[in-house]
Design a protein around this ligand. Structure first.
Ligand code: ADP
Ligand code: MG
Length: 634
């Protein structure tokens, strides 16, 4: 060692920091590669900036790249860049001294936290030192773009280093990590390739991986002599960057095609189904983040609805499933977000209490709502084809976030029985003559088919609200739009289907007949003259008490409690337009046959309103057979 060589200990605190790096950060070891590669990329970005600012001349930045090499004989992982490099002063300043101000306090603060440890490295510029999680010795060969001698620096895992003049001739830095026992799992090309794919797939400069090549015979200059057929369009792996330096999210949305979005989605999320819709966000100052979000397509309602958000920092992958930046009601989204404003290492607690993160979430909500409105206004046909798939989430979002509702309201659609979709306003406009401010809806297109067809015969459209979330959603709509009322088809039979006719009181005998037929003392009876003569009797249930019942049922399902008896008020409307019903209403006394007819009329009305329970079905079948045998007897 010559005279001006330097020796030293990293810092007084080195003996505190090194064990922490080795042991405490243990669970997340693989990020060492991200840290070292990100420094290499930084060094190249800095050089590019200097060139573009005209600070340095005569340097070509067209060949900037990072090389990651695995040597399983020497047990080394080497990361090389041709960025700005470092002078001896810079090595001393940036590598030899760890910025420790407050580090120990910080560590104490986060000690108890299960994921706090992920947050430490980046906060203190310990990025470089994360190499010691896997290495026993780290060598740095560097030469600055400035006219200064090259530097060689080597440090062991106790934190004692040596620094001397180096013999590197090319501009840039080579970091050689001598992998120790604790990092040996990374001395494997597949493991290393997987880590690179995870963190580095979209870095802004080409990253090459050598040693990952399937051929065994390449040498270290990056020249492949594996003899594999390169004529088939496949280059040897070590000559093809592992990354896409211009990921789609960095482009302006107006320059991206549908095909590109689909391709990107397929590649990043390994899902061959097309996403339902895509939201490309390009937020400028002060938010300054970019991203592409997708509504994934799902086979059915029950497929896992957990989304996936990948967070990037200047194209470097940071973490998966960062739920904090996505509003809770949009958690089924998949996508990428690139937020250079967040630190490379983020801890969950950092995100949870961060106002910037809250602003991102709010901006995302806004953009998703805007996309719905855009599609509604410009691509209505296509929008309608995806509506059933996004409806639940859209309604849920409206309920969770009033701002989402305010923005997306005009894009919220009601499916119409028999086909098609309408906005609430469109629906109300169509119906304003016949049923002003009333939305008639069905809760089940099959079970309530009879009602639906009666309404449609009257030219009344019936909306289909058959989802779990609809019940609460319409409640919310009614609160927001005062005057508007949602009424299920079986709740306003007389109102919607009645025509002018004589007013008639129900006799006590008739009332008693149907109370007995229904088996319920509470059954109410009314005599109506409906437009349609084909249906002799139809049930009307009160909207409010039924909603209350539905809610109780829902709680019972959720809490696993006992189902309580129904309190739904039920009225049987006997239709005087029907000769059969009229005859029955005209009688003063009723015999056994009348009772059978009444039972059957009630059962049929109930059947067209709800699914029968076992007992009701059994009784209905028995009566039906009875009627058939009576007919054959005659
Ligand atoms: P950070 O990247 O957060 O600054 P690091 O510990 O990762 O902290 O790196 C410390 C410093 O060392 C960097 O800021 C940079 O100045 C210098 N450095 C590290 N790696 C390189 C490299 N490959 N080329 C040039 N400078 C580097
Ligand atoms: Mg760094």
């Amino acid at each position: 060692m010559s005279e001006n060589n330097k020796r030293g200990g990293i810092s007084v605190e080195a003996e505190h920091i090194f064990p922490i790096i080795k042991k405490w950060l243990y669970s997340d070891k693989e990020i060492f590669l991200r840290e070292i590669v990100s420094n290499a990329v930084d060094a190249e970005t800095k050089l590019k900036r200097l060139v573009s600012l005209g600070e340095v001349r005569d340097i070509s930045v067209s060949d900037l790249s990072v090389r990651v090499e695995l040597d399983t004989e020497l047990n080394t992982i080497t990361v090389t860049d041709n960025g700005i490099g470092m002078t001896a002063d810079e090595v001393e300043k940036y590598i030899c001294s760890i910025a420790l101000s407050g580090a120990l306090d910080f560590i104490k603060e986060y000690e108890g936290e299960s994921d706090g440890k992920n947050g430490i490295i980046g906060h203190f510029g310990l990025g470089f030192y994360s190499a010691f999680m896997v290495a026993d010795k780290v060598e740095v060969f560097t030469k600055s773009y400035k006219d200064a001698p090259a530097v060689y620096w080597v440090c062991d895992s106790n934190g004692s280093y040596e620094m001397s003049e180096g013999d590197r001739e090319e501009r840039g830095t080579e970091i050689v990590m001598h992998i120790g026992e604790e990092g040996k799992e990374y001395l494997d090309k597949n493991a290393l390739r997987a880590i690179l794919a995870k963190y580095c797939s979209f870095l802004p400069v080409p990253v090459y991986f050598e040693g990952g090549c399937e051929c065994e015979h390449h040498h270290h200059e990056g020249e492949c002599d594996c003899g594999h057929d390169h004529g088939d369009g496949h280059e040897c792996e070590c000559k093809t960057p592992i990354n896409d330096t211009a990921p789609l999210w960095q482009k302006s949305p107006s320059e991206c095609t549908d095909e590109e979005y689909k391709e990107f989605y397929r590649k990043v999320f390994n899902d061959w189904r097309e996403p339902l819709l895509t939201v490309h966000i390009n937020a400028d100052y002060p938010l300054n983040f970019r991203g592409i979000l997708f509504f994934p397509r799902r086979e059915n309602e029950f497929e896992n609805t957990e989304g996936q958000i990948k967070l990037y920092y200047n194209q470097m992958f940071v973490a998966d499933n960062i739920r904090e930046v996505i509003p809770e009601h949009l958690l089924m989204l998949r996508g990428v977000l690139d937020c250079p404003e967040l630190p490379l290492n983020v801890s969950r607690s950092y995100l949870q209490n961060n106002t910037y993160v809250k602003k991102i979430a709010a901006h995302i909500t806004k953009k998703v709502a805007d996309k719905l409105v855009f599609m509604m206004e410009n691509q209505r046909e296509r929008y309608e084809t995806i509506w059933q798939d996004i409806k639940t989430f859209a309604e849920y979002s409206c309920m969770c976030d009033p701002k989402f509702f305010d923005r997306a309201e005009s894009a919220m659609l009601l499916p119409i029985c028999g086909g098609g979709f309408k906005t609430l306003d469109e629906y109300l406009e169509t119906g304003k003559e016949k049923h002003e401010n009333t939305v008639y809806y069905a809760g089940d297109e099959q079970i309530q088919a009879q009602y639906i067809s009666l309404y449609r015969k009257q030219g009344i459209e019936v909306a289909l609200l058959d989802r779990f979330v609809d019940t609460q959603y319409i409640q919310m709509l009614e609160n927001k739009r005062s005057g508007v009322k949602f009424v299920r088809v079986d709740a306003d039979v007389a109102g919607a289907l009645k025509t002018e006719g004589e007013k008639r009181e129900v006799s006590d005998a008739l009332s008693a007949l149907f109370k007995e037929a229904s088996g319920s003392d509470k059954l109410k009876l009314s005599l109506e003259t409906l437009v349609d003569a084909s249906v002799p009797a139809i049930l009307n249930v009160s909207e409010d008490s039924r909603r209350m019942d539905d809610m109780m049922k829902m709680y019972a399902t959720i809490n696993g409690g006992e189902e309580r008896p129904s309190f739904t008020e039920e009225t049987l409307c006997l239709n005087l337009s029907s000769p059969l019903a009229a005859r029955l209403a005209d009688k003063a006394e009723y015999d056994e046959t009348d009772k059978l007819i009444a039972r059957q009329l009630y059962a049929l009305a109930a059947l067209s309103q709800r699914r029968p329970d076992a007992k009701a079905l059994e009784a209905f079948l028995a009566d039906s057979y009875d009627i058939l045998s009576k007919i054959t007897e005659k």
